[in-house]
Design a protein around this ligand. Structure first.
Ligand code: NAI
Length: 290
């Protein structure tokens, strides 16, 4: 797997690009918003510089990783890719359009995958001319640091593809697990009640987000509380995932989305990436994030 295309250069796309480039792949990175690609590459440069300062990698390695990532201005640049990983907005219609466009550009052998957190892999693949080559490859945030990757074959995916991707993820230093194509797969299904109950506790004024996070960190030994995590993931992404899982489990009340999260999503209080979510990440924050 030499040439890897990544669609979407946001939180996940740039992280996956770093992982693939670190493993020696040539990475083609495309986003419809080229300013986002520039911004993400600038922050990757800072991350790599920090790794050099901490003597985790050599400056040569840092340069090699950075130079392996080629920013692209059109999907046409993906024509020689062996694998494409999509990491754009969590919306089935928009993802489908991009895959249909991509199918006319890449070779018949190219594997097409999605980093979706919740959308059915089977439903995405069924919109393609060749659904056999389509699979879910779900990284966790931040992709360079989180070892787990869920590999999700859909009902129409070629049987051997999950094993091929599992081997590839291992070669990228990840710990893959093959998951069934159910709403939320493994981790996001477990995580829905975790976030949902935390949001209900805050909405019922039983405790504030700060108190809940503090309790989970100091008493529960979690690295981060649910509200800090939602700010890291992105309130918009988290809300979309919850809506999909709720609808796809035929509106099981266990997964019911929160009105507070809906309003925050509408207000673009998306968390770290917009500077404000449950916590304030701006420089002059009155109540700085933990
Ligand atoms: P993000 O909002 O940080 O980045 C999405 C990027 O996609 C943006 O830069 C946007 O300009 C671009 N984009 C939107 N529509 C596009 C199109 N039609 N063509 C090309 N680029 C387009 O989102 P994030 O957080 O990186 O999530 C991306 C995907 O990864 C989603 O499917 C999400 O569910 C999944 N995911 C997110 C995780 C997280 O913690 N944020 C964790 C694991 C998976």
């Amino acid at each position: 797997m030499k040439n890897v295309g990544i669609i979407g250069s946001g939180t996940m796309g740039i992280g996956i690009a770093q992982v693939a480039a670190t493993s020696g792949c040539e990475v083609f990175l495309y986003d419809q918003n080229s300013a986002q690609t520039e911004k993400s590459l600038a922050s990757l440069k800072k991350i790599l510089n920090r790794l050099v300062e901490k003597e985790k990698i050599s400056s040569q390695k840092s340069e090699d990783i950075f130079n392996k990532i080629k920013p692209c201005t059109e999907l046409q640049d993906f024509k020689d890719c062996d694998l494409v990983i999509e990491a754009i907005i969590e919306n089935k219609e928009i993802k489908t359009k991009v895959f249909q466009q991509l199918e006319n550009i890449v070779s018949d052998e190219c594997i097409i995958s999605s980093n979706t957190s919740s959308i059915s892999i089977t439903s995405l693949s069924s919109e393609l001319k060749n659904p056999k080559r389509f699979i879910g490859i779900h990284f966790f945030n931040p992709a360079p640091l989180m070892p787990l990757v869920e590999v999700i074959p859909g009902l129409l995916t070629e049987k051997t593809l999950a094993f091929e991707i599992t081997a590839l993820m291992e070669s990228w230093g990840k710990v893959p697990v093959i998951a069934k194509d159910v709403p939320g797969f493994i981790v996001n299904r477990i995580a829905r009640p975790f976030y949902g109950e935390a949001l209900r506790i805050a909405e019922e004024n039983i405790a504030t987000p700060e108190q809940i996070d503090d309790a989970m960190r100091t008493l529960g030994n979690f690295k981060m509380g649910p509200f800090e995590l939602m700010d890291l993931i992105g309130i918009d992404i988290n809300f979309s995932v919850t809506k999909t899982v709720y609808a796809d489990y035929f509106f099981d009340p266990k997964y019911k989305p929160s009105l507070l999260q809906q309003r925050m999503s509408e207000a673009k209080l998306h968390g770290r990436k917009t500077g404000k979510g449950f916590y304030d990440y701006s420089e002059n924050a009155q109540q700085p994030a933990p």
